[in-house]
Structures are given as C-alpha cells and as structure tokens.
Design a protein around this ligand. Structure first.
Ligand code: C5P
Length: 407
C-alpha cells in the first residue's frame, strides 16, 4: 500500500509527462507523499507550477540550486523516499541511468539513491525497439530496476506499437507491489552472499572467486516478492541490492555472528561462499619476507553457518536453503550435503572452470529437496533467483504460520 509512503517522482521530458500529473493526484489520493523532481526537458511539457500545485510541495529541478543543496542535498533527497519512480522514463533518461551519468539533478538522484527504483518508459515505438534502448533496458533490469510498461497502442507521434507510458493506475499498482505487497509481504528472509576474506596479516588474506552475483540476485528477487531481507554479505564485487538491510562482514566468523543476530527469520538462504578455514593466530603486523624463510600458516576450521542454523533446536527458520558449488558428481555430492547439513533444500551448481559459472552471468542449477533432484535449464542468475524466490514464497505460503519465527 502506498498509504503513508514517500515517493520521489522523477518526471522526464516526454509527451507523457502530462500523465505524471494524474499519477501525482492518484498517489496523493491514496495517502502517499510525493516529492517531484523534473528534468529540464520536462519543463517543455508540463510546468513546475502545475506539478508543484498537485504535489503540494516545491518541485526540485536543478542540481546546482544552492539553497536546495544547503537545505536538502541531492544525496538526502535520494534517500529520504521509500521508492524512486521515474515517469515518464524517456530513452535518454534510460540511457543515462544505464550509463551511470550524473549531470543533472534527476540523474544524480538516481545514481545516489539506496532505494528501489521503478521506471515507466515512454517513447516513440522505434526508439523503444532500437537496439540501444533494448540494451539499456536489459542493463537496467540487471541492475534491479523495476519496469512498468510501456503499453502498446496509438502514440502521440501518429505511430502504433509499444512505447505508450503505462496508465497512472497501472503505475500505482506497480508502486504497490514494489513497496512490498507481494506474496512474501510480512516475511523476513535472511540471505548470505559473497566470499569471505580470512586474514593472514593486516594486508593479506585468503579469499575465493565468488562475485556475490547470485546472492544479490536472490535478495533482489525476494524483495520484489515483498520480503524484508537481511543481506549478510562478505566483500563481494557486485553492490548489495537496494532495499535490503545490509550487514557487511569480512570473515566467516563475523558472518556467523551477523546471521545469528539477524534471526528469527521465516527463511534463510545461504548463498555465500564461506571459507572453510581461517588462519590461526593471524599476525597483527605485516609478515616480513626473511631470506630463505617461508611463513608457516596453520589453519583452524570455520563455523559451518548453514549446518548450525539448519540444526538449531529452537528458532530454526521454517525453510533453510543451502548452495552446493561442486566441480564433479554435482547431484550426488549435493544430495549428500543436504543430508549432512540437514537443510531443506540445496541449490547445486557445477562450478568447474569449463562451466564459466563462478563469476559469470549464468547459472545451471539442480534443486535438491526431500522430493528429489530437479534440474533446471541454464539461465541468467537473475532468472534462477526469481525461480528460487517463487518456490520459496510457495513453500512458505503452503506452510502458513506467523512471520518472524518458526513456521
Ligand atoms: O560445505 P560447503 O561449503 O560446500 O557448503 C556450501 C553451503 O554451505 C553454502 O550454502 C554455504 O553458504 C554454506 N556454508 C556456510 N558456512 C560454511 C561453509 C558453507 O554457511 N562455513
């Protein structure tokens, strides 16, 4: 529900900007607070006066408005809202977002925000179909940007096809679901992600090749279904998903502490590539190279976080999901791992170098549960994440129960 929520609405410069006025009205009718930001081009289609009159607040327009910068910088503006909505999102604005430009207030806000972003594209059908726009759209989706529309129909330019901005009430519905009205609404899901770094001394560490891409995609998919997500991440290459409660850790032992502190949860998904060992007595000073001498490293075992949580006698999440990265006999090893760790599901994947999965964009997984092994076709990590999230939502719904603890 948008009731009581704060929407930062970026109005781009397209003919559909007039529909943004209706969108503001619809949102305010439903009890939302709307802070509008207009691009320069948007001024050509609607006036700041009408936008501001409907929103009931001042319109932000220029990055270098020093008073506004002093009162509320673009950083604060980008973070004070519950959701950022771009309507209409023109081809140019989408290109700027995909390229990471920040040369005016709208694009800077979009770069600086830590909130989820929903765009409602609107443009001529040929511009929509253009390879560059489709490439930018794919990039934006990959970045976790939510997209509403465009619709197909007659266009102001006289052509027919996809490119019409979604209707204000369709955008309101997309905002509703972006604000957490999905099947996981009210559920708390814990996700671990990324590698861990195990220090040898203050400058050296032992790590692995996990990028954090799969864990991030999973957290995003769970957020899209309305879950509250606690995202415990090691030092990953990909940024954490906007909207999650992020707990950044470095070592396996810190990850364990963060996981235990984040419980209770309805479900826990352990996508982190946790180091099995840490260096015992890691040096407080940088170990010096001494002539002819090699450092002796001794190892201690790290806590198995997944096994510990899966075997909790009290407060165990209703669904505990582990990953198994294997390089051979994937299904057999993963099935044994499920039994050993006592988790409900294992998502098994082949990370042999030939598969290109570790650090890559695709994943080929087998879901192992009590019911047996189910192999999915190779697909983008985002698609794997969506499928796992949907399964997880279905399992929690079937199990019923209250949020926040045992189900
Ligand atoms: O035992 P292995 O590392 O292959 O198990 C992989 C699964 O266990 C993953 O889900 C991983 O996140 C989790 N794990 C963990 N703590 C460890 C090792 C692995 O949570 N110390």
């Amino acid at each position: 529900m948008v009731q009581g929520k704060h929407i930062l609405l970026i109005v781009g410069g397209g003919i559909a900007a007039f529909k943004a006025l209706d969108l503001i009205r619809r949102l305010r009718e439903r009890g939302a607070r709307v802070t509008p930001v207009m691009t320069r081009a948007a001024h050509e289609f609607v006036t700041p006066l009408s936008v501001s009159a409907l929103a009931g607040v001042k319109v932000f327009t220029d990055l270098f408005d020093l008073t506004a910068e002093a009162e509320m910088g673009h950083i604060e503006l980008s973070r004070a809202a519950d959701l950022v909505v771009v309507a209409p999102a023109t081809a140019d604005l989408m290109a700027k977002m995909a390229g990471g430009h920040a040369d005016d207030l709208a694009s800077t806000v979009l770069m600086a925000t830590d909130k989820r972003v929903l765009i409602a594209p609107s443009m001529n059908v040929r511009m929509w179909d253009h390879a560059a726009t489709q490439r930018n759209l794919a990039t934006l989706r990959g970045d976790g940007i939510l997209v509403c529309g465009p619709n197909e129909g007659d266009m102001a330019c006289g052509e027919y096809g996809p490119g019409r901005m979604a209707e204000p009430l369709e955008i309101v519905a997309a905002i509703d679901s972006a604000l957490g009205d999905g099947p996981l609404k009210g559920r708390h899901v814990l996700v671990t992600s990324g590698p861990t770094h195990e220090p040898i001394d203050p400058v050296r560490y032992i790590a692995n090749r996990s990028s954090g891409a799969q864990g991030t995609a999973l957290a995003r998919a769970l957020l899209n279904l309305g879950a509250r997500v606690t995202f415990v991440t090691g030092p990953a290459q990909v940024p954490p998903p906007p909207g999650a409660d992020v707990v950044a850790v470095e070592t396996a032992r810190q990850m364990r502490e963060a996981v235990i502190a984040a419980l209770p949860a309805d479900a826990a998904v352990f996508a982190a590539a946790v180091a099995d060992w840490h260096v015992l007595g890691a040096s407080q000073q940088k170990i010096k190279k001494t002539k002819g001498g090699l450092p002796e490293l001794t190892f201690g075992e790290n806590p198995d976080i997944l096994a510990e949580v899966a075997q909790m006698a009290k407060g165990r999440p209703g669904l505990v999901v582990g990953f198994a990265a294997e390089t051979e006999d994937v299904i057999a090893h993963a099935t044994a791992k499920r039994a050993r760790k006592q988790c409900d599901w294992i998502v098994a994947n082949d990370v042999s170098p030939a598969s290109g999965i570790m650090g890559g964009t695709e994943n080929a997984v087998t879901l192992i549960s009590e019911a047996g092994a189910e192999t999915w076709p190779r697909m983008a990590k985002e698609a794997v994440a969506e499928r796992i999230a949907q399964r997880l939502a279905a399992a929690l719904t079937e199990a019923g129960g209250a949020s926040g603890g045992d189900i």
